[in-house]
Structures are given as structure tokens and as C-alpha cells.
Design a protein around this ligand. Structure first.
Ligand SMILES: CC(C)(COP(=O)(O)OP(=O)(O)OC[C@H]1O[C@@H](n2cnc3c(N)ncnc32)[C@H](O)[C@@H]1OP(=O)(O)O)[C@@H](O)C(=O)NCCC(=O)NCCSC(=O)C[C@H](O)C(=O)O
Ligand SMILES: [Mg+2]
Length: 289
């Protein structure tokens, strides 16, 4: 089992040199260097060059580094994809994907631009059509690694309000989790825009984790610590996982297929969950400097 922690996934504008510098020191699992909505049209070319330079310079340590390009339907998309293919980050994020055909054409463009065969594609689900077609999109390419929720754009298109319980997003969030799991992909929750709302941010992290997300996309360094805590297994969960595995092994020695731990039924599936918890915990431990 190979589990990469993606508890905290921080966006930063590709046009902001200070943020690019700072990101090399932050405890985020993944960084998304953004060429799309965080960069104004007049700065697009400069941002692309700056991101390519930052990737060549390196210094991001164990952090996974993705680049969000502009949509292939824009005048910047093709140049972004060609630049990313050469610069070789850990993955490319395609915004506002609405069909499997779009993923096919990005895959073809990457192949043509000489990108390594294993360069992963991440799609952003942030339009009504993209949500309705997420199952097709999720199965569209061998390069696909995951789905990222774009709840800000989705709120605009759906005319949904950002309420504390995120009720207007729940169908879209769950559809994307289901599609991701059906195709063996990762899935990341959307951003929390209100940087002054610490309690609301933590509640949204808890909700995202409970809905099945692997981590949360973030817009500011102050959000990293909470996301790392909420999306990583707690000490109690790690201990429970060990207890479940031990109890299961003991039951198996006695020829039993089920057992009871702390009053709860334990079957094979719970043992699989417990092994994943311990693998994730070990992967997080390995990230700690
Ligand atoms: C929101 C911000 C513009 C605020 O920036 P700033 O005013 O500089 O904040 P602070 O002064 O509090 O910053 C403190 C220090 O932290 C650094 N910083 C801030 N943000 C980042 C970041 N994202 N990554 C790395 N470093 C960051 C500052 O440089 C300060 O450093 P220091 O000099 O040492 O004090 C800003 O946070 C920001 O730009 N955030 C990211 C915005 C972004 O990328 N948006 C696009 C993605 S969101 C989206 O589009 C999702 C999706 O598509 C959807 O539709 O939902
Ligand atoms: Mg968006």
C-alpha cells in the first residue's frame, strides 16, 4: 500500500516571488503554483516564466509541487501546458474541466510536448457541467491522479451561498468523492475563503474529512496546521488501528473471521482501514524533518 499524505494543499500565485520563496519553508504536504485565477491577465507570461524558474531552482524538499495552468480554451493554456511539460513538476492541474474530451486533449498535448509518461494530471471540478460529468472525467486518462474541488467557482455558477454547513455543495462534494474512489483517484476539498473565520475553517476541515476527502486546498499559511491535524490520524486513531490489527490476528489464529474490539464488530474491512491508517501515519512521520 502506497499512501502519500495530502492533508494540506496550499495555492500560491505564480506571480508572487515572496510566496514562492516562503512556500519552501512551510509544512504543507502539497503546493499548487497557480497560473490561473490568482494571476492577472497582464502578469500571465511573467508568472509562467517565474514558475518555470522556481521549479528549476527547486528547494521544495519533500513537498509535492503541482502547477495549475490556465484552461486550454484560453489564449495562455497551450503555452502553460508546453512549459509545464518541460519544467516537470509533480503534476499539472487543469481548471474548470467539463468533459473527458478535454482530459484527452491535455493528455495528447503533454505527450506531444515531451512530458514524462508518468506526469500526473489533476482536474478541478468547479462548474455545473464538470460536476455532472465527473464520472466520465475521472476515467478519462491513465495520467489522472485526482480531483480538486473548486467551490468558489462552483458557488458562482450554482448561485450557492457559502453557509457554515456548506449544504449547497454537499451533492457536488459527494459525487466527486464517489467518482474519485470508483477510479482510484485522490480527492481534495475546496478552499475556505474567510481567513478571519478560524472556527468555521476547522469545522469545514472536519466536514471534508468525514465526507471522505484526502485533504483540503488552502489559500494561506495560517490554515496549514489545522488541515494537517484534521486530515492526519490522531494518536487515538493510531492506537485503535494497532489494537484492531492485533485483535484480528489473534482471532485468525483461533480460526475466526470476526472479532469484537471495545464492543464493536471487527471484520476484514476494518483491518484494511486500520492498515491504511498506520501506513498514512508512517508516511506523515517520514515527512517530519
Ligand atoms: C490572500 C493573500 C493575498 C493574503 O496575502 P498577504 O496579504 O501577503 O497575507 P499575509 O501578510 O497574512 O501573509 C503572511 C506571510 O505569508 C506569506 N503568504 C501568504 N499567502 C501565502 C501563500 N498562499 N503561499 C505562500 N506564502 C504565503 C506572505 O508572503 C507573508 O510572508 P512573510 O513575508 O514572510 O511575512 C495570499 O494569502 C494569497 O495570495 N493566497 C493565495 C491566493 C490564491 O492562490 N488563489 C487562487 C487559488 S484559490 C481558487 O481559485 C480555488 C478554486 O479554483 C475555486 O474556484 O474554488
Ligand atoms: Mg476556480
Amino acid at each position: 500500500m502506497n499512501v502519500r499524505p495530502r492533508r494540506s494543499v496550499l495555492y500560491l500565485p505564480g506571480s508572487n516571488p515572496r510566496a514562492l520563496e516562503k512556500a519552501r519553508t512551510l509544512p504543507a504536504d502539497t503546493l499548487i503554483l497557480d497560473l490561473e485565477d490568482a494571476v492577472s491577465p497582464v502578469s500571465k507570461d511573467a508568472a509562467r516564466a517565474q514558475v518555470v524558474e522556481a521549479l528549476a531552482l527547486g528547494g521544495f524538499g519533500q513537498r509535492e509541487v503541482l502547477v495549475r495552468v490556465n484552461s486550454p480554451s484560453t489564449s495562455w493554456g497551450a503555452a502553460d501546458i508546453a512549459a509545464v511539460a518541460q519544467a516537470r513538476p509533480d503534476g499539472i492541474v487543469i481548471p474548470k474541466v467539463e468533459s473527458a474530451e478535454e482530459v484527452h486533449s491535455v493528455t495528447a498535448a503533454l505527450d506531444q510536448a515531451g512530458a514524462p509518461a508518468e506526469l500526473p494530471i489533476w482536474v478541478t471540478a468547479e462548474t455545473p457541467r464538470g460536476i455532472l460529468r465527473i464520472e466520465d472525467i475521472a476515467g478519462a486518462s491513465h495520467r489522472l491522479a485526482g480531483i480538486i474541488m473548486g467551490t468558489s467557482d462552483l458557488a458562482k455558477d450554482l448561485r450557492v451561498r457559502h453557509t457554515p454547513d456548506r449544504s449547497g455543495f454537499l451533492t457536488a462534494l459527494s459525487l466527486c468523492v464517489i467518482a474519485a474512489r470508483a477510479h482510484g483517484l485522490e480527492v481534495l476539498d475546496g478552499v475556505h475563503l474567510d481567513l478571519a473565520d478560524d472556527a468555521g475553517f476547522e469545522a469545514a476541515c472536519n466536514q471534508g474529512r468525514d465526507l471522505g476527502f484526502d485533504g483540503k486546498t488552502l489559500i494561506h499559511p495560517k490554515q496549514i496546521e489545522v488541515a494537517n491535524r484534521v486530515f492526519g490520524p490522531s494518536e487515538a486513531e493510531i492506537q485503535e488501528a494497532r489494537t484492531i490489527i492485533e485483535a484480528w490476528e489473534a482471532a485468525r489464529q483461533e480460526g475466526k473471521g470476526i472479532t469484537v474490539v471495545n464492543g464493536r464488530l471487527v471484520e476484514n474491512l476494518h483491518v484494511e482501514i486500520a492498515h491504511r491508517t498506520l501506513t498514512l501515519a508512517a508516511a506523515i512521520e517520514a515527512l517530519t524533518p
